[in-house]
Design a protein around this ligand. Structure first.
Ligand code: ARG
Length: 412
């Protein structure tokens, strides 16, 4: 029972009845703001543009063909042609009640989907920061709930463990090892990253070596791979410590980092080219999406391969979606990140669907949360302006809680 998929289906049908082609996408998503309803359909503008008609008029025709009175309290056309959907309270309560009663907490474990939950997902050689806290905690709570309900859950820790920065990091790890810094203090990964970056920016010979190491790493050079693995291991050991402290169920076996998808990327790009979805543009490979427009009103270009041959975050997420369907045999994917990655996920998944890498019934849901803000309403930083390490935040929480408890004890 997936309401987003149902609404998507119904609106797509109405769009087709209203004259759109069968390949049309309703793009139903959760609304960001409560005043825009519970869900919104974002696909009207793109479809109307294709048909050469006014989007608001097309939206009206779609509404005329839509009968979801049992689900929706109110449907309204907003802005340039969004359809806002307000769910009916009776519908929500009816479905909540249908969760059958059983012995365990009154919940019937009757679901049996295979669900991939993509959560936590920190980055190698960068410590987990407060921003990863929500993805980790919300993700793990959802994982436990879905498992409790009977689903098979695959935890996917989509760790940022690949990219051009690894040349620099490997070169720096080598430097630190050669300088024989006795107890190579990688407990402070942030400092390690900063120092590597500083060496890269200030030392031309170091920068040259770094660039050479990226190429070597990408072509499977044993030495570079060993050094890379060291960086991944150190990072993941620190993350594991944090997961254990937080009583989060993630283990090292749940790591499915970006590097996993690396071997699939050339064929993903090739398929997108073969299908005419991707084109060469100024040396790069780009997918232009009618569904999203840039400031000038032109279809938005999403780069999937850079001029220098490198792949991007989007390309990896397209491969991940296909892998989760074809290899992991998932029915559903749930992704947790902060709201700044909304457009990214929409684009990656739209390309995935347009290319037919996954079938329509494969459910992909992105749940977002806001950023961690300080008292000043700005992103949460340390006094010196740095990112707050999650480990430090936990230390402080424990310290403060201990003080409180001790104060209470001494009073009683
Ligand atoms: N590593 C990313 C970050 O720290 C999050 C990855 C989320 N998952 C994904 N499939 N894109 O922001």
């Amino acid at each position: 029972m997936n309401i987003q998929a149902i609404l998507n289906d119904e609106i797509k049908k109405a769009m087709i009845a209203a004259g759109a082609g069968s390949e049309v996408e309703a793009l139903v998503r959760q609304s960001n703001k409560i005043q825009f309803g519970d869900y919104q359909a974002n696909g009207i503008m793109g479809a109307a543009k294709k048909l050469g008609i006014n989007p608001r008029e097309f939206a009206q025709t779609v509404l005329d063909h839509l009968s979801i009175d049992d689900i929706a309290e109110k449907l309204e056309i907003a802005g340039p042609g969004f359809i806002n959907i307000f769910l009916k309270n009776e519908w929500i309560s009816k479905h909540a009640n249908q969760a059958n009663i059983s012995r365990t907490l009154g919940v019937n474990a009757a679901q049996n989907d295979t669900v991939v939950v993509d959560y936590s997902s920190p980055n190698v050689a960068k410590e987990m920061h407060v921003g990863h806290l929500r993805s980790t905690i919300i993700g793990d709570s959802v994982v436990r709930t879905l498992e409790f309900l009977g689903n098979t859950v695959i935890r996917a820790n989509h760790v940022g463990d690949w990219g051009t920065q690894f040349g620099m990091l490997i070169a720096y790890l080598e430097k630190v090892q050669n300088d024989d810094v006795k107890d190579l203090d990688l407990s402070d990964l942030e400092a390690f990253y900063r120092a590597a970056k500083h060496a890269y920016d200030s030392d031309e010979a170091f920068a040259k070596k770094s660039r050479n190491y990226v190429v070597k790493l990408q072509s499977g050079d044993e030495y570079c791979l060993t050094m890379w693995r060291k960086l991944v291991d150190i990072t993941m050991a620190q993350c594991q410590h944090t997961y254990d402290r937080l009583n989060v169920t993630l283990t090292r076996d749940d790591t499915m980092g970006e590097s996993l998808y690396n071997p699939m990327l050339p064929s993903i790009v090739q398929t997108l080219k073969d299908k005419g979805l991707a084109v060469e543009d100024d040396g790069a490979v780009v997918v232009f999406l009618d569904e999203f427009t840039n400031k000038a009103g032109d279809p938005m270009g999403v780069i999937i391969q850079k001029k220098d041959g490198g792949y991007l975050y989007t390309t990896t997420d397209i491969a991940a979606a296909a892998y989760r369907y074809h290899t992991l045999h998932a029915d559903r994917v749930i992704l947790f990140t902060d709201a700044r990655q909304t457009l990214h996920a929409q684009q990656a998944w739209l390309i995935t669907r347009k290319a037919g890498f996954v079938p329509d019934e494969f459910v992909m849901e992105h749940f977002t949360f806001g950023m961690m803000l300080g008292k000043d309403g700005k992103p949460f930083k340390t006094r010196t302006g740095g990112t707050v390490k999650l480990a430090d935040l936990l230390d402080e929480a424990i310290e403060r809680a201990t003080t409180l408890i001790e104060q209470k004890k001494s009073r009683s």
